[in-house]
Design a protein around this ligand. Structure first.
Ligand code: MG
Length: 218
């Protein structure tokens, strides 16, 4: 069972399901040549894909084009089903920085064949995460800088303000499909600037002023 670690206390929490949102930033939708959807695209990543800062990201043997996607991750703190707009953000206990690592060549094949994204986004190491920061005032989520560099070169530099469906709305929508449980993780999508990484590249990514993580591709 993979886990996440609370920053400061080192308390660990088992990770349940990882619910990820595709196409949630308009600038990323444009760069992928997609149309803005009328509802969020939702997929699942297995908890076995979790990796921690300091662990290298193993280059998967199953594909040839590995991409990074920096994302705000929200940790569910309670059982939640059919969350109301009033409750919204109240179901989240922590936030973290997550990378939605993606084998773009397998994803392209999946699109062509009408297959799910399980293998292109669910392989071991496909969800590197930072430590989890306790969510005090949830309004910080509304406009949080999100950035990613590869080998020191800035590739993604945006803010969660640019999301189409924000965290509270995602709580409503995702919980209309699945019962959310403590330790579940919602990945909220990535801004523009996604791209490829090679073996021995170093990814540095961060949220806000204080949260920064580094991963090497092995
Ligand atoms: Mg993503």
């Amino acid at each position: 069972m993979r886990h996440i670690v609370e920053r400061g206390t080192k308390r660990t929490m088992s990770v349940g399901k990882i619910v990820a949102i595709g196409a949630n930033y308009t600038d990323h939708i444009e760069e992928m040549g997609l149309k803005v959807p009328d509802k969020p695209m939702i997929f699942l990543k297995p908890s076995s894909s979790i990796l921690h800062s300091g662990e290298p990201i193993p280059y998967p043997k199953t594909g040839d084009v590995l991409h990074y996607e920096a994302e705000l991750g929200l940790v569910v703190g309670e059982v939640a089903k059919d969350v109301t707009p009033e409750k919204g953000l109240g179901i989240f206990s922590h936030y973290l920085l997550a990378l939605d690592m993606t084998l773009r060549d397998l994803q392209e094949e999946a699109r062509e064949r009408g297959w799910p994204w399980s293998t292109c986004k669910g392989f071991d190491g496909a969800c590197p995460v930072s430590q989890a920061v306790p969510l005090g005032d949830p309004s910080v989520l509304a406009d949080m800088p999100i950035r990613l560099s590869v080998n020191g070169e800035v590739r993604q530099d945006s803010t969660t303000f640019n999301m189409i469906w924000g965290p509270a709305r995602l709580a409503e929508i995702v919980s209309s499909h699945f019962t959310l449980e403590p330790g579940d993780l919602i990945l909220t999508g990535t801004p523009a600037g996604v791209g490829e990484v090679e073996r021995r590249d170093t990814i540095e990514a961060g949220l806000g002023d204080e949260l920064s993580v580094t991963f090497e591709i092995a």
